[in-house]
Design a protein around this ligand. Sequence first.
Ligand SMILES: *Cc1c(COP(=O)(O)O)cnc(C)c1O
Length: 362
Amino acid sequence: MNEYPRLTVDLPKLRHNVRKVVSRCKANNMDVAGVIKGCNGLIPCARAFAEEGCDFLASSRMEQLEAVKKEGITVPLMLVRIPMISELSRLVETVDISLQSEKRVLEALEGECVKQGKKHRVILMADLGDLREGFWDRNQLIQTALAVESFSHVHLAGVGTNLGCYGSIAPTVEKLEELVDCARNVEEAIGRKLDYISGGATSSFPRLLEDNMPEGINHLRIGELILEAKDLEELWGYDLSSFYQNVFTLEAEVLEKKEKPSHPVGEVMFDAFGHRPTYEDIGVHTRALVAMGKMDYAYLDGLSPVDRGIRVLGASSDHTILDVTRAHHPVEVGSTVKFHLNYGAVLFLTNSPNVKIRYREE
Ligand SMILES: *Cc1c(COP(=O)(O)O)cnc(C)c1O
């Protein structure tokens, strides 16, 4: 069996990142849901999230949560995508707490809980402008909260929001204060305190870094910051040097190495994906072809060669083309080239049956 492309997961580095996030949240009296969907719920990763102190393991995909439960990991499980009505029986069976935004789904969920004789907790989502999931109308959210409060098996645990994923809206102090305000309205209506005000994902973590998390937010759902720790630094300029940014490393084998022109020769048509790219002419140089492609990682911009002298030129489904003219380390046919990865690359690579996943344990 061929060993490449090989994705190595450095578990001690991952554990370090989990501890960093958990300790920062705990210092602010906040609970953490560790979101494992970015690595397709890989079990050794899920175990690291759980063992290093996450209060919940969370995913958008039921399959990943079911796998975690099957492995005997006992941390409460959270579904962070609004459930399909057609998956409610699996939800009640496996998951402890879910995010919700539809009264019809909540009614069906109560019915399913009664049927299975099980309890389930829910967090009602408020859409504060990002325009993905959640109640747009605050009154409707409050009325739904009152309805859930009358249920016998579904328990209203809190309210939450998600920002940044679709509408690119920043979780500013003002937006999160709006969420707290919304939660206070719900508490007045139901006559008791909520357990959770869930203030978002990695993109809300800057409120902790800047020490301006609004009072009342006591829960975050964190994935990217633990798995990659790149977004907040690259997009917002925060210093994440205390996190490891290379938990995941990809290694691919060189198939061919030749001197070739850099501009294609002949009449330019369309590439393998129907696009008509432009090609920079930098003269004859040394090109290496490695055995992996867009079928494995989908987006080329998610790969950064560890050897800073290597440039990624392009890719088709099964080949990635590199300029190795200025490589600092020798690149030969049969040798391998290593890459650092971003969130999107890891998302696809961990879901590719062609990629061999290895774990560094210590
Ligand atoms: C994916 C997701 C998260 C985690 O997002 P990160 O950016 O990886 O921290 C949190 N909440 C919801 C609703 C999500 O879908």
